[in-house]
Structures are given as structure tokens and as C-alpha cells.
Design a protein around this ligand. Structure first.
Ligand code: GLU
Length: 485
């Protein structure tokens, strides 16, 4: 068998969609794995929905995810151009071919007639669709009327009896009665092809061997199969991948979930985590692992294994996965990612991050958490009030003495390292005769301004002698002033 050629064909109609990445991941992985090619085609024939910036955004988002293509509009390839708007000539030629063989016909029905037809069908509760009114116009008449400039479309002539069959590799054989297939418009009155025509013409021209795309196109596939037959072309293998779903199982939508890949990047998700997340939506590792990298995925993934369940989008799961992937990176790599995304904490540098990242790593989900969780380190402790220093079941009046004792004990610490710091605070606690929270809680606030700080010994170690002692003394003063007031 020849090397596979697979493709994605996003339409540049807005922000790059998470569903595009989902389908691209399966295609890219399959092509790499089988030594084939992954093509990027831009389906931009729907000019009413076209957005000029969208194409660039799609490129950028896919590259950010590492889902590069081997042929595409920006890098060219043996079948260029890869933008449908630049392939009009080819579609026009193929339409002539279909008209010549009778596989398509010109339809001159007016909008008024088509609306009236639809109303009638609605009223009679009939299946909606074209009634074949223009099918019997002799070819020569059609040509003459078209040449005279009469407004018309070109439709697929679906065979009248029988059925159309094909295989979806995930679902098995599919058979649709031809009477249920509409005479699809292939070329619109403005001369632009519809998706159905352009898609089949291109997939044939590009030598696409596997069409791996979203499930929503399954109902169009019989029409495509008829077109392949009309062109005398071999069918590709079809894999229709289940749509991503909102919690309520509806098709994933902007109203209920962020769908723009740009959003995920801006939120500080790692590409490898998003890919891991998307992979899990349609596939399970044979070893049962949930956290895996692309190599693991590529090694075990087969198109046939894509599952048909309705994958529910769960951002909490993504947060968790992102945290897992962050913890697989070392400080230098995290720093590089922060820099690349413009998410460096204020006042941070690589050396500081090398020190602080191991201390906060367990608490991170997304890249911006780094700035949030290290503010006390690169800047001052978060602002607090005297009352915040009050220990659980304790009394603010005891705080100046508690902190004073801790400060004294810490003064003697040398070298400034964890075991000595821990010993000093244990000594302070013994002197004061208090439980851990009575001492550690006010210390936590004094040093970081927050209750959710990392372990207190680590905090003291990384802050260093000077800053730790200063902050403890400042907190003791703050508590003292509040008590006196
Ligand atoms: N342009 C279509 C889309 O936006 C492509 C569908 C296909 O892969 O055939 O989804």
C-alpha cells in the first residue's frame, strides 16, 4: 500500500477552532506514524463567512501545537495551490465534465419556486429537498440558457433508484437509499463551488487516501461517494470522528465552552497538555495511562481505535493534565515557555525561577499561576491586615511575642538551609509551648501574605535570611500596633 495522504480542511471563518486541532492531531499523528503526508487545505469558498485574519490564526495555532503540515498554502507542495479560492478553474472544469456526462445538470429554479416548494413539503410533512424540476431540461437547452446569462446553479443528479453504499471505518458499512439523497447544489449561482464539489475534486487531486474528519460530515458522505463514482475515482477510506461535546452533550459551542485555540494559549495551557487532553477525547492508551506525550500517542495510536463515544469537554480535567505536564518540565524549560508566552512574573529572572519553581511546582495548573504563586518571592508579601495574623483558636495579642521568638531563633541559623531552619523553628515552638498552626500560620502570612503558601521551611529558605527576618519583624510590629490601638 502506498504511503497515506491525509488532510484537514479548515474554513477561515473565525478564531481557530479546538475541533480543528482535534482532527489535525489524529491526521498528523497517523501520517507521521505511517511515513505519509499531512496536508493543510484552506476551504475558503464561502465568501460570506470569510475572515481575512483567520487563515494566519489557524497556521499560528496549529504550529503552536506542533501540528505542522507537509503541504499547504504557505509552504506549497506538489499539488499547489492549497487554497480553494485559487482553484476555481479546476472546479469549473470538473463541473463541465459532470455536465457533459450527465452526472450533473443545470437548475434554473428561482428562489421563489424553491421557497414555495419547501413550504409545501413542510405542510405535507414531506422530506425537504429539491424535486428534480430541472432534471429533464435537455443539455443543449441548459447550455443555451446559461450562455444567455440566465441565473442558475448546477446540481448533482442523484440516481433515481437503488442506494449508495460505502464504509465508514469506525462504523462499518453504510447504505443510504438514493431517494433520500438530495440533488445537491455543486456550483452556486455566483460560480463558486459548494463545499461538496470542491472537497471531492481536491481530495481526488491531492491523492487523499484517508478522510479523517468530524462526524457532522457523515451525512454528506453519500453525495461525495456519488461524486467519486461520477469522476471514476477510487474512494478514500472514511473515518468520521465523534464531535466534541458540551457537558449537556450538545455539539461543543462558544456559548458553553471556550472553542478558540487562541484562548487556550492565552490561558497558559501547554501545547502538550492540550494535545494529551484532545487525544483522550477519542482514544485510550492500551496501557491505561492518562498522562502521556506525543511519542507515546504516536506509538500506540491507530485510526481504527478512535472511539465512538461522545467525548465531553471538561476543563477541570485539562487543568489537571496541564499541571501534570508542567511538572514534567524543568525550571529552564518552564522559564523558556513563560518568556515565549510573555507570561514572566514581574521582577522575575531565570535564576530566581530556578530557585522558586521547585517550591511552587505542585501548586501550578497553568503558566500564569507562576506569577500568581510567586508574587511573594519576586516582590513583597501580598498585602494583609493585622487580623490575618491571628492564629486559629489564638489571640492576636500573642502574635508579637510568637513572631519575635521565631525571629530570634532564626537569627542564629547558619548555614541558611532547610534542616537548620526547621530546627530553629522547632526550638521556637518548644519555647513558646504552642502547636504548629499557632506559629506557622502567622509566619506564613508574615512572609507571603497568603494562607496557601508552600511549606513554611521552604519559604524561609528561598526568601533568604534578610528578607525573612525583615518580614517577620514587620508583621510583629503590625500586630503590636493593632493590639495597642
Ligand atoms: N471545510 C470543512 C470544515 O470546515 C472540511 C470538512 C472535511 O474535512 O471534509 O470542516
Amino acid at each position: 500500500m502506498s504511503a497515506p495522504r491525509v488532510r484537514i480542511a479548515p474554513s477561515p471563518t473565525g478564531d481557530p477552532h479546538v475541533g480543528t486541532a482535534y482532527v489535525a492531531l489524529f491526521n498528523r499523528t497517523w501520517a507521521t506514524r505511517e511515513g505519509g503526508s499531512f496536508l493543510l487545505r484552506i476551504d475558503d469558498t464561502d465568501r460570506s463567512r470569510y475572515q481575512a485574519s483567520s487563515e494566519e490564526q489557524i497556521f499560528r495555532a496549529l504550529r503552536w501545537l506542533g501540528l505542522d503540515w507537509d503541504e499547504g498554502p504557505d509552504i506549497g507542495g506538489p499539488h499547489a495551490p492549497y487554497r480553494q479560492s485559487e482553484r476555481q478553474e479546476m472546479y469549473a472544469e470538473k463541473i463541465r465534465e459532470l455536465l457533459g456526462t450527465g452526472a450533473a445538470y443545470r437548475c434554473f429554479c428561482t428562489q421563489e419556486r424553491l421557497s414555495a416548494l419547501r413550504e409545501e413539503q413542510n405542510a405535507r410533512k414531506e422530506r425537504l429537498g429539491y424535486d428534480g424540476h430541472c432534471r429533464s431540461i435537455p443539455i443543449a437547452d441548459g447550455e443555451r440558457r446559461a450562455a444567455a446569462g440566465e441565473t442558475h446553479v448546477v446540481r448533482l443528479r442523484v440516481p433515481e433508484g437503488g442506494s449508495t453504499t460505502f464504509r465508514d471505518e469506525l462504523r462499518g458499512p453504510i447504505e443510504v437509499r438514493n431517494e433520500e439523497i438530495d440533488d445537491q447544489v455543486l456550483m452556486k449561482s455566483d460560480g463558486f463551488p459548494t463545499y461538496h464539489l470542491a472537497n471531492v475534486v481536491d481530495d481526488i487531486a491531492f491523492g487523499v487516501t484517508e478522510v479523517v474528519r468530524a462526524e457532522e460530515w457523515l451525512i454528506s458522505t453519500p453525495k461525495h461517494v456519488l461524486l467519486y463514482a461520477a469522476f471514476g475515482a477510487t474512494l478514500p477510506r472514511f473515518f468520521h470522528v465523534p464531535l466534541l461535546r458540551n457537558q449537556d452533550k450538545s455539539k461543543i459551542s462558544k456559548r458553553k465552552n471556550p472553542v478558540s485555540l487562541d484562548w487556550y494559549r492565552e490561558q497558559g495551557y501547554l501545547p502538550e497538555a492540550l494535545l494529551n487532553f484532545l487525544a483522550l477525547m477519542g482514544w485510550a492508551s492500551p496501557s491505561g495511562e492518562e498522562v502521556f506525550d506525543r511519542e507515546h500517542f504516536a506509538e500506540h495510536f491507530r485510526l481504527e481505535d478512535i472511539s465512538l463515544g461522545a467525548p465531553i469537554f471538561d476543563l477541570e480535567k485539562l487543568d489537571w493534565l496541564n499541571g501534570q505536564h508542567l511538572r514534567r518540565l524543568d525550571a529552564a524549560e518552564i522559564t523558556a515557555r513563560l518568556e515565549a508566552e510573555g507570561m514572566m512574573p514581574e521582577g522575575a529572572d531565570a535564576e530566581g525561577l530556578r530557585v522558586i519553581l521547585p517550591v511552587v511546582l505542585e501548586r501550578l495548573h497553568r503558566l500564569p499561576d507562576v506569577a500568581e504563586k510567586t508574587r511573594w518571592f519576586f516582590g513583597e508579601a501580598d498585602p494583609y491586615e493585622a487580623a490575618d495574623l491571628t492564629p486559629p483558636k489564638g489571640d492576636l495579642r500573642d502574635v508579637p511575642a510568637t513572631l519575635g521568638r521565631a525571629e530570634e531563633c532564626l537569627r542564629g541559623v547558619d548555614p541558611w538551609e532547610l534542616p537548620a531552619i526547621e530546627a530553629a523553628l522547632e526550638a521556637a515552638r518548644a519555647d513558646l509551648g504552642v502547636k504548629k498552626p499557632q506559629l506557622f500560620m502567622p509566619l506564613r502570612i508574615a512572609l507571603t501574605g497568603r494562607k496557601d503558601s508552600p511549606g513554611i521551611f521552604e519559604v524561609i529558605e528561598v526568601l533568604g535570611r534578610e528578607r525573612s527576618l525583615e518580614r517577620i519583624a514587620a508583621a510583629a510590629r503590625c500586630a503590636g500596633e493593632a493590639v495597642d490601638a
